[in-house]
Design a protein around this ligand. Structure first.
Ligand code: FAD
Length: 566
């Protein structure tokens, strides 16, 4: 076994040492869900050490997550876009090959994970079940059932916290039973993680052998086609490949540039940089646990020790990792964290229901090239820069369309390759000014924000090729281009590319007014807002909006008449 102290940060080298199967002894099962890695994996370490017989490394393909859904708005299952499914399969393949080098392999099974697990425990006479602790509600419920069964039949369960730096339960306890609601208070309570000084087990010389699988149907990692997907379903795939090897390579590339790490300052990155993203793009690897967040932490500390000066949380790279911890803790400690209703930290806001507007946003057809290019990047790559996510989330909710953050959250949840229950919900509440951040007057312009970083519109031209020949002075507002320019650019607005679905100045003004009224109601009712209160406010806001539009019509007509003279 090879342990890594906080002073070493290079990818592990595995030694080949296959071991033949032993028929008897105490068998263990390592159940992979996230944590798709060999390095720093305490559940794997325990399963391998505790087994004097066979060790069964299992991954269960859950149809709830993986079954193709032909009726979904883009290729994939109902819960995951095909990019993320592919990323997961690549991660499983890489894990399998890592295990094979150590004399083991990944056993892939299919079905409802709880039922599959129970059958495996019975058939393989497992004495020890090991899996990484998971705070997501789906796994909390599933793990509860599995643990209950295991204890009823005398199977020992080992479920360590290793997806995050901290155990959210500890932080909540330290804070008097409540999750800290601000980043600064979180930092104060959290202090140093215990992994700061501990040695992480990075590799093994060998792993215990797989035992007889009996009548249980196990397979190799399937291909996309074997799961019922087609490779040609998508014309451009995410450039990010899944797996632990890729994660460690990516991490090393980032941290080897010490000056870059030392000077990293989040709001300063360029959200339009896509050939070489301005941030690490480690999020999908952290999401699936291809990369240990504890190892990432130790590598960062090592760089900080080596350089004289570096940035600090919240803006530093370490600060980003701690945002992840913050959202994991608040999500775990908050009832109905993924909902507006019944969520004690979420403002109650009478968002609008408008399926057509939602679909236009989702499909990259708002008529604002900056917004549409970001949504197309999401569809094609499943990843966008943080500030790009800010732009589209603000546009959908409090900035322009006033549509419910839960609906935008659903689209992100399905399409992001780094889709993460705690982080996604937390950030959607943040961006919609429903929680954590309350300055609803600060709105991202769908025109000038992107232009600041990318005046030539390279990002837009890549993700929206229909606009590739639009001159740069019109690329962010193509509807303002004279018809002759549109014709020359082979892009007629209203035919080849949509007209803007709302006029930003008027729409954002209207949104601010609505947010103001909703905030006032939340204050007046001290957060105790019922369905009827919200309905009444929605009705009032809609009536006010109609009369505002009526009052503005004469002015608009005047402008139109003026424009018609040209
Ligand atoms: P880096 O800047 O290199 O940061 C390193 C790591 O820190 C990231 O990989 C991530 O794990 C963590 N991190 C960075 N920013 C945040 C943040 N704001 N909150 C929590 N953790 C953070 N991130 C997800 O991982 N999954 C999601 O589902 C997700 N949904 C989001 C939804 C919205 C509306 C917004 C505004 C942000 C969302 N984020 C989400 C947070 C953030 O945008 C991504 O983590 C980040 O862009 C990933 O790129 P990176 O790995 O290059 O980040």
């Amino acid at each position: 076994m090879r342990r890594l102290s906080s002073s070493v940060c290079s990818p592990s080298s595995h030694r080949l040492n296959p071991v033949t199967s032993m028929a008897t002894g105490s068998n263990s099962l390592i159940w992979f869900r996230k944590g798709l890695r060999v390095h720093d994996n305490p559940a794997l370490e325990h399963a391998s050490k505790a087994s004097s017989g066979s060790m069964y490394p299992v991954f269960v393909i859950d149809p709830r997550y993986m079954e193709p859904d032909p009726s979904a708005f883009s290729p994939g299952s109902s819960r995951a876009g095909v990019n993320r499914i592919r990323f997961l399969l690549e991660s499983l393949k890489d894990l399998d090959s890592g295990l094979k080098k150590l004399g083991s392999r990944l056993l892939v099974l299919r079905g409802e994970p709880g039922e599959v697990l129970v059958r495996c425990l019975q058939e393989w006479k497992v004495k020890r079940l090991c899996f990484e602790y998971d705070t997501d509600p789906y796994y909390q419920a599933l793990d509860f059932k599995v643990k209950e069964y295991a204890s009823s039949v005398g199977v020992e369960v080992f479920s360590p916290v290793s997806h995050t730096l901290f155990n959210p339960t500890d932080i909540i306890q330290k804070n008097g039973g409540k999750a800290p609601l601000s980043y600064q208070s979180f930092l104060k309570i959290a202090g140093e993680p215990s992994c700061a000084e501990s040695e992480l087990l990075m590799s093994y010389s060998s792993l215990p052998p797989i035992g007889d699988v009996g009548s249980i149907g196990v397979s190799e990692v399937p291909t996309l086609e074997e799961l019922g997907y087609r490779e040609d379903e998508q014309d451009e795939w995410t450039p990010f490949r899944g797996g632990e090897s890729e994660a460690l390579k990516r991490l090393n590339n980032s941290i080897s540039d010490k000056a870059w790490v030392a000077n990293f300052e989040k709001p300063k990155g360029d959200p339009s940089a896509f050939l070489k993203p301005a941030t690490t793009v480690l999020s999908p690897y952290l999401k699936f646990g291809c990369l240990s967040s504890r190892y990432f932490y130790q590598c960062l500390q090592r760089v900080y020790k080596d350089v004289k000066k570096h940035t600090s949380p919240p803006v530093s790279l370490l600060g980003q990792l701690l945002w992840r911890e913050f959202f994991y803790t608040t999500a775990f400690g908050t009832r109905n964290f993924d909902k507006m209703k019944g969520n004690p930290i979420c403002k109650q806001i009478p968002w609008k229901e408008d399926h057509d507007m939602l679909a236009a946003w989702r499909d990259g057809k708002t008529g604002y090239p900056w917004i549409d290019a970001i949504m197309v990047q999401l569809l094609k790559w499943g990843w966008m820069h943080h500030l790009a996510r800010h732009s589209v989330a603000c546009f959908l909710t409090r900035g322009d369309l006033f549509i419910h953050w839960e609906q935008g959250r659903d689209v992100f949840e399905r399409l992001l390759i780094d889709s993460d229950w705690a982080i996604n919900n937390g950030n959607w509440m943040w961006l919609s000014c429903s929680s954590f951040f309350y300055q609803y007057n600060r709105i991202y312009s769908p025109v000038s924000f992107g232009k600041k970083y990318d005046p030539d519109g390279k990002y837009i031209r890549h993700f929206l090729p229909v606009l590739k020949d639009m001159p740069k002075q019109y690329i962010y507002e193509p509807w303002t281009a004279p018809l002759s320019v549109q014709t020359k650019a082979k892009c007629i607005v209203g035919k080849d590319y949509p007209k803007p679905m709302v006029m930003h100045d008027a729409a954002s003004k209207e949104c601010k007014r609505k947010m103001g009224e909703a905030y006032a109601l939340n204050k007046k009712m001290n957060g105790n807002i019922g369905d009827d209160d919200l309905k009444d406010l929605r009705r009032k806001l809609e009536t006010d909006e109609e009369s505002n539009i009526r009052n503005q019509r004469p002015k608009l007509n005047q402008v139109l008449k003026y424009l018609m003279r040209f």
